[in-house]
Design a protein around this ligand. Structure first.
Ligand SMILES: O=C(O)c1ccccc1N[C@@H]1O[C@H](COP(=O)(O)O)[C@@H](O)[C@H]1O
Length: 216
C-alpha cells in the first residue's frame, strides 16, 4: 500500500479550502451542479481557488455540461482539470477535452463487475478515471455522485487499465485504510465523509482524513 493522493471534493467555504491546502490535498473539487448542496457559482469558485496554492490542482465537477457552461466557468476560474460526473459518452468526453484544453477526469459509476466493461472506451478520451458507487434506482433524492455510498472495492483490486484512476464513494477516515488496501487505489476522492451534513464541510474532518492518508 502506498500513500494515496487525496482529492477533497465539494469545497464551498474558505475554511474548507484552507484546511484542504494546509493539510496536503493534491486536488480540490469545486462543484458546478446546482442541484448539489455543494454547488458554487463561478465567482465563488474563483475566490475559493485563490485561497489554495498552485500545488493543489483545482478540479471543476460538472454533470453533462454544455460548452457554454464550461466556457463561462473557465473564463473565470483557473481550473486544472474537468471532472465529468454525468452520462458523457467517450465521444463527448474527448470533445470536451480538446475543445476546452483541460485534463479530463471521467467518472465511472460502479455497482457490479459489468460496469467496468465501458472503461476501455474512455481510455483514449480521458486523462484519468474516477470510480464511484452507482446509486441504486430505489434511492430517493440520489445525486449523480456525492451520496456517501461505497461499492465493492474488490472489483478494482486487480485493475490493469491504461489510465491512472481515483477511488471514490463513501470514503471516510475510518474506512480509508481498508479501501486503499483492497482496491490498491493510488488516489482517493472524498466529499460526504468530511462533512457534518450534506454540503457542510468540516475542516477538522478534512484534516483527519488527510492525516490518515499520510499514514498509508
Ligand atoms: O458531491 C456532489 O455533490 C456531487 C454531485 C454530483 C456528482 C458528483 C458529486 N460528487 C462526487 O461524488 C463522489 C462520491 O462522493 P462521496 O464521498 O460519496 O460523497 C466523489 O467523486 C465526488 O467528487
Amino acid at each position: 500500500m502506498s500513500r494515496p493522493d487525496v482529492k477533497i471534493c465539494g469545497i464551498n467555504s474558505a475554511e474548507a479550502a484552507e484546511a484542504a491546502a494546509r493539510h496536503g490535498a493534491r486536488y480540490a473539487g469545486l462543484v458546478f451542479y446546482p442541484p448539489s448542496p455543494r454547488s458554487v457559482d463561478a465567482a465563488q469558485a474563483a475566490a475559493l481557488a485563490a485561497r489554495m496554492p498552485d500545488s493543489v490542482l483545482k478540479v471543476g465537477l460538472f454533470v453533462d455540461p454544455d460548452d457554454d457552461l464550461l466556457g463561462e466557468v473557465l473564463a473565470q476560474v483557473p481550473l486544472d482539470m474537468l471532472q465529468l460526473h454525468g452520462s458523457e459518452t467517450p465521444q463527448r468526453t474527448a470533445e470536451i477535452r480538446s475543445r476546452h484544453g483541460r485534463a479530463v477526469l471521467k467518472a465511472v459509476k460502479v455497482a457490479q463487475p459489468e460496469d467496468l466493461d465501458q472503461v476501455a472506451d474512455y481510455e483514449a478520451a480521458a486523462d484519468m478515471l474516477l470510480f464511484d458507487a452507482k446509486a441504486p434506482k430505489t434511492m430517493a433524492n440520489a445525486l449523480p455522485g456525492g451520496n456517501a455510498l461505497a461499492f465493492d472495492w474488490r472489483l478494482l483490486g486487480n485493475r490493469t487499465g491504461k489510465l491512472p484512476w481515483m477511488l471514490s464513494g463513501g470514503l471516510k477516515r475510518e474506512n480509508l485504510a481498508e479501501a486503499v488496501t483492497i482496491s490498491r487505489a493510488r488516489a482517493v476522492d472524498v466529499s460526504s465523509g468530511v462533512e457534518d451534513s450534506p454540503g457542510r464541510k468540516n475542516p477538522e474532518l478534512i484534516r483527519a482524513f488527510l492525516e490518515q492518508a499520510r499514514t498509508l
